[in-house]
Design a protein around this ligand. Structure first.
Ligand code: UDP
Length: 389
């Protein structure tokens, strides 16, 4: 078959580029997806009880990027939804990101008042302060607060999630969930927060519906093609491929891990259905200090689905192991100086090959949220389109 571009992976990066190539450049596009479905880790489907669940963990769409919002809005209606998370601390469920309401719930009234005042006077109302930054404070009350939040909300959760202490991972990671000097209980503050009204899979079906796009499921790239890391030559179905190869899988895998494997963290999901109308008081409840799982998510809160029972998922973080079918999904890149350098070495080698582009969370080794992945894919498209003249 003759196509202008082969795209490896049908997650956001691959689907957005396929849609742009097809609709804006008139290209014929072949999307190769190794899984039996499109949508990457955003994939959702009804479970055995008819409840819409996110098979690869909860996905909450939020963005401050109007271009991303407008772009996706051409492919889905939205259900407005603002995510809220509670954290189980000292036997109570308190808002996380840890905020002024959380302080009131966990400290006696006098201490809470003093802590709130100290936070506001130091950082200003509305500030969002990373926990590792708050821990540097000298003022005794802020120190006490920082130590408390660090120990009760971050230390054990992060140790479960990443296998290391908060100081041992990139500060950007814990910085995603700052201490909030405000009474805003929302997990995100972006102006656009919603879930696709018909679910993520339907959104991907629309993205990939253009007649110029062909999707082949159950097809790992190396089953039908190959990439020569030295020459950059791409073969497809036994013949040289002269079009553009967009690779959205793990960049180290594209190179056959010839300079070593990049580290990732995986998760085991345990789905359960309960014959009760509601299981827990928020979409997600975090368990930093108890249990081996980090959090429980109840889907009907976020999808708005009306159903008699309820489906939930427990997340058990685990080491990534490509050889273990229970642990072979690379959910999170693990950043440290070594892995960043190893990624850069792969990326530099790819940079020399103009007909191959690595795009997305796995291929660019980034902790992308969904909107970041879409924004990034749109930017990559702009560059490719500009180069077409
Ligand atoms: N985190 C934590 N306690 C929490 C929530 C988050 O320690 O209650 C830390 C943890 O290291 C986590 C990071 O903050 O990996 C980012 O959390 P986020 O909820 O953004 O992670 P994601 O939803 O992407 O897994």
């Amino acid at each position: 078959m003759s196509v202008d571009a082969i795209i490896v992976g049908a997650g956001f990066s691959g689907a957005v580029l396929a849609e742009r190539f097809a609709s804006q450049l008139g290209w014929k596009v072949l999307v190769l997806e190794q899984r039996p479905h499109i949508g990457g880790n955003c994939y959702d489907e009804p479970d055995a009880h008819g409840v819409l669940v996110h098979r690869y963990g909860p996905h909450l769409f939020h963005t401050d990027n109007p271009r991303v919002w407008d772009y996706l809005s051409a492919f889905t209606e939205w259900r407005p939804y603002e995510h809220k998370v509670l954290s189980s601390i000292d036997g109570q469920l308190v808002p996380i990101p840890f905020n002024l309401n959380s302080i009131d719930r966990l400290f006696d009234a006098d201490t809470a008042t003093c802590m709130r005042e100290a936070l506001v006077s130091r950082f200003g109302l509305g500030a969002r302060v990373p926990i590792l930054r708050l821990k540097e404070e000298d003022e005794p009350l802020l120190r006490e607060l920082a130590d408390f939040v660090y120990r009760k909300a971050f230390l054990n959760y992060t140790t479960k999630q990443w296998g290391v202490k908060p100081e041992e991972i990139s500060p950007e990671v814990t910085g995603r969930v700052p201490v909030v000097v405000d009474r805003d209980d929302r997990y995100f503050t972006d102006p656009y927060q919603a879930v696709p009204a018909g679910g993520y899979t339907k959104l991907f079906e629309k993205l990939l519906a253009h007649p110029n796009i062909t999707v082949r499921l159950d097809t790992p790239f190396n089953a039908v093609g190959s990439f020569d890391p030295d020459t950059g030559a791409v073969q497809f179905e036994g013949a040289p491929f002269g079009g553009l190869l967009v690779f959205t899988g793990m960049v180290d895998e594209l190179f056959g891990r010839d300079r070593g494997a990049l580290p990732y963290r995986s998760i085991r999901f345990d789905f359960q259905h309960h014959a009760v109308p509601v299981f827990q008081p928020a979409t997600t409840v975090n368990y930093p200090n108890e249990h081996r799982y980090t959090r429980i998510t109840e889907f009907k809160h976020l999808t708005g689905q009306q159903c008699a029972g309820t489906s939930i998922v427990y997340e058990y973080p685990q080491a990534y192991d490509p050889a273990d079918p229970e642990a072979n999904v690379p959910y999170y890149p693990i950043f440290d100086e070594r892995s960043k350098a190893a990624y850069t070495a792969y990326a530099d080698r790819l940079g020399g090959h103009a007909r191959v582009v690595a795009v997305g969370r796995l291929a660019q080794y980034r902790y992308f949220d969904m909107d970041d992945a879409v924004a990034n894919a749109l930017q990559v498209f702009d560059r490719i389109a500009a180069a077409q003249g």
